[in-house]
Design a protein around this ligand. Structure first.
Ligand code: GLY
Length: 419
C-alpha cells in the first residue's frame, strides 16, 4: 500500500503513540489528527477544532482520508466508526454495537455468559435498596460497577456492607457518575493477579498482541487511588499452559460469539483478565488500545502498522510478527491527579529530548504563545524507553523522565518491578 492518508482521532498519549507508529511507515506521507495536540505537531497535522462526529466525517471526506484510526472509546460508543463506514471510509475501530462491550458493563456480562466465558457472578442493581437486598448473594469484598462509561471512576471495591451501601448512595442518590450510573452491577470480588490481553481482530479470527502490564494505582506498591494508568511494560511472559487456557476458554469463544451475533468488529479488543486460583476470569473489555498499553505495544510490531490497520479495516486479518525488544512507559502526572489535576503548571527541562531508545509522548500538555510548555491534563507526559532487556528499557524510560520536571510532579518509581 502506498501513499496512505491517515487520520487518528483523539488527543492523549495513546493517540500520540499511534501517530508516531503510523508516521514511521514509508507508505504514510502525512498523518492527520483530530483534534490532536500541540505535542503531536511534529509528527501530525492537527485539526484542533474537529471534535464532533459530523466534523470528523466531513474532514475525512474533504481530505480524502484512506483510513481513520479511532483512539478513545467515547467516539466508538457514539458511533463514529459507523458514520465513517457509511461514508465509504475505512476505519480501524469497532462499530457502535460492538462498542457496547465497553460502554455497557451489563451488555458485556450478558455477552460473556452467552459465550460461556468465565467471569464473576453478578446481579443488576438500580437502587440503594436493591443493593442492600442483593448483598447476601456475595461475600465481601464486593464490587459495585457503574454500567456506563465513567472515565475509570466507575468501579468501587467495598470491603464491608457499610462501604458497599455508601458507594451505592454515591452512585444512585448523589449521582456522582451521572447517567453512567443509572444502572450498576453488583459482583463478586475475585482475588488474583491481573493481566491485559489485546487481540487484533476482524470479528472472525484474531491474532494476539504481546502481553502488557499496566500499573493502575497512583502510588508505588499499588497503593493509593485508581488512575487511568501510571505506567506499563511489555512484553510479559506467562506460563504456556495459562496462555493456552486463556486462548481456549476466553479469546476463542469471544471471537466465535462476535461472529455468531453478526457483530462487525475491526480493530483491537482489550480483554482484562484476573488470574484466580480457579483459573482466568474476564473482568472487563475495552474496545480499543489501552492507554498506556498502546505506548509499549505499538513499538514492538516488526512491520508496518498502517498496512496492518488498513487490512483489518477492510475485514482481513494480516499476519503479525513482533520484535524481540522490551518497552517501558513511565507516566509523569500533574499535581493532584487523579482528583483535581492542576493545569498550567510550567514544565521545566528539555521536553524535546529524545534518543534512539527513548522519547516523550504528550498526554496532557499545552504550548503557550511564548513557546513554554505547561500541564494541561492529569497524565501529562509519557517517558518511553526501549531496550533489549526489561532493565534496559526501564533505565532508558527513567533517564528520559528525568529530563523534565515541575512542582509536585507525580511519578511511580516501581514500574515494571513486579512482573
Ligand atoms: N490502561 C487501561 C485503559 O486504557 O483503560
Amino acid at each position: 500500500m502506498t501513499n496512505l492518508k491517515i487520520l487518528v482521532v483523539g488527543q492523549g498519549g495513546r493517540e500520540h503513540a499511534l501517530v508516531k507508529a503510523l508516521k514511521e511507515s514509508p507508505s504514510v506521507p502525512q498523518v492527520h489528527c483530530a483534534p490532536g495536540s500541540s505535542g503531536m505537531a511534529k509528527e501530525a497535522l492537527c485539526h484542533p477544532d474537529k471534535v464532533e462526529n459530523k466534523q470528523i466525517c466531513e474532514l475525512s471526506k474533504n481530505l480524502n482520508i484512506d483510513l481513520v484510526v479511532i483512539g478513545p472509546e467515547a467516539y466508538l460508543a457514539k458511533g463514529l466508526a459507523d458514520e465513517l463506514r457509511q461514508a465509504g471510509i475505512d476505519v480501524f475501530g469497532p462499530n457502535q454495537t460492538a462498542a457496547q462491550l465497553e460502554a455497557s458493563k451489563i451488555f458485556a456480562k450478558k455477552f460473556m455468559v452467552k459465550a460461556g466465558v468465565p467471569t464473576a457472578p453478578y446481579v443488576e442493581v438500580r437502587s440503594v435498596e436493591q443493593v442492600e437486598s442483593s448483598a447476601h448473594q456475595f461475600t465481601p469484598p464486593y464490587v459495585l460497577k457503574a454500567d456506563g462509561l465513567a472515565a475509570g471512576k466507575g468501579v468501587f471495591i467495598c470491603h464491608t456492607k457499610e462501604e458497599l451501601l455508601a458507594s451505592a448512595r454515591k452512585i444512585f442518590l448523589d449521582k456522582i457518575l451521572g447517567s453512567a450510573g443509572q444502572i450498576a452491577l453488583l459482583e463478586q470480588f475475585q482475588p488474583g493477579w491481573e493481566l491485559s490481553y489485546l487481540i487484533l481482530t476482524n470479528g472472525v479470527e484474531y491474532n494476539t498482541l504481546p502481553l502488557a502490564q499496566d500499573h493502575k494505582r497512583l502510588n508505588e506498591n499499588d497503593q493509593g487511588p485508581n488512575t487511568g494508568g501510571m505506567g506499563a511494560v511489555a512484553p510479559l511472559q506467562i506460563p504456556p499452559v495459562l496462555d493456552e487456557e486463556i486462548k481456549t476458554k476466553i479469546l476463542g469463544p469471544i471471537v466465535t460469539q462476535l461472529k455468531s451475533l453478526g457483530i462487525v468488529y475491526r480493530g483491537i479488543l482489550y480483554v482484562g483478565i484476573m488470574v484466580t486460583d480457579k483459573g482466568p476470569s474476564v473482568l472487563e473489555f475495552n474496545v480499543r488500545f489501552g492507554d498506556p498499553e498502546a505506548q509499549v505495544l505499538l513499538p514492538l510490531l516488526d512491520g508496518d502498522w498502517s498496512t496492518v490497520m488498513k487490512k483489518v479495516a477492510q475485514g482481513e486479518l494480516p499476519e503479525v510478527k513482533w520484535k524481540p525488544l522490551q518497552v517501558a512507559c513511565v507516566v509523569l502526572a500533574a499535581p493532584k491527579y487523579p482528583e483535581q489535576p492542576q493545569k498550567n503548571v510550567p514544565i521545566e527541562g528539555d521536553i524535546t529530548y529524545q534518543t534512539a531508545s527513548s522519547y516523550f509522548l504528550h498526554a496532557g500538555t499545552a504550548k503557550l504563545p511564548s513557546g513554554h510548555w505547561v500541564t494541561n491534563g492529569g497524565r501529562v507526559l509519557n517517558a518511553v524507553g526501549i531496550g533489549n532487556t526489561r532493565q534496559e528499557a526501564l533505565v532508558n524510560a527513567y533517564a528520559q523522565a528525568k529530563r523534565v520536571s515541575w512542582p509536585h510532579q507525580q511519578i511511580r518509581m516501581d514500574i515494571g518491578k513486579k512482573s
